[in-house]
Design a protein around this ligand. Structure first.
Ligand SMILES: [Zn+2]
Length: 213
């Protein structure tokens, strides 16, 4: 007797995806058939199995480890980038597009995966969610602009893809511990202090030079 017998691990949502051959769910899970030892993508157009015989797997390696073979029809092991490459591709997309207002759905559409799967895979590989990663890029860019330009904060907010200034300020503060205005002020006063010290050094050098004469 199969150890999995009697355990229905198919959710309603997953079952519906299998019934509908729903491609939206491809990449989110795979299903194996106890009766055939074969696993498929949700969209596979093979005959609808008996729900009792269905086993859900997270990915192909899990299915293979359980002794299942990939279906020759839907080729569940063939059409996806390795997760590492995929996560890198998503990161590159975010780095190039941070200045636009991006939603998870849009990122997912562009990077060819469902939002749920993209979120989960990215987090597993990168240790942070795509949205957190995006916000980190934006805040780093905002810090550079606050330091290097005298642009108004509203302009910087727009430039880094968070045009709503109060939302920008909230996120900035959450990630750096300071508001953008405080951040800029601290940097400017630190720089002024540094300049003051350098001038002092110059004076001391002069005194030393004179002493050597
Ligand atoms: Zn199949």
């Amino acid at each position: 007797m199969d150890i999995m017998d009697g355990r229905d691990n198919v959710s309603e949502e997953q079952w519906q995806a299998i019934v509908d051959n729903d491609t939206v769910y491809d990449g989110e899970f795979l299903y194996g058939l106890r009766t055939t030892g074969i696993f498929c993508k949700p969209s596979c157009r093979s005959r609808l199995p008996n729900r009792r015989n269905v086993l859900i797997f997270e990915d192909a390696s899990e299915a293979v480890a359980a002794g299942f073979r990939p279906c020759k029809r839907c080729k569940p092991t063939h059409d996806r980038l390795p997760d590492q490459e995929w996560a890198d591709e998503i990161a590159r997309y975010l780095e190039l597009n941070y200045a636009r207002a991006l939603r998870l759905q849009e990122i997912a559409d562009h990077c060819h995966g469902s939002p749920y799967h993209l979120h989960r895979t990215f987090k597993r590989i990168k240790g942070t969610t795509p949205i957190e990663y995006l916000q980190q890029i934006r805040i780093n860019r905002a810090r550079a602009l606050l330091q290097q330009t005298s642009w108004p904060i509203s302009e910087i907010a727009g430039e880094v893809g968070i045009p709503n200034v109060s939302y920008f300020t909230t996120i900035f503060k959450k990630m750096t511990g300071r508001t953008p205005a405080m951040y800029r002020e601290n940097i400017q006063s630190a720089e002024a202090q540094k300049r003051g010290q350098e001038e002092e050094h110059d004076e001391q050098d002069c005194v030393l030079d004179k002493a050597r004469l």
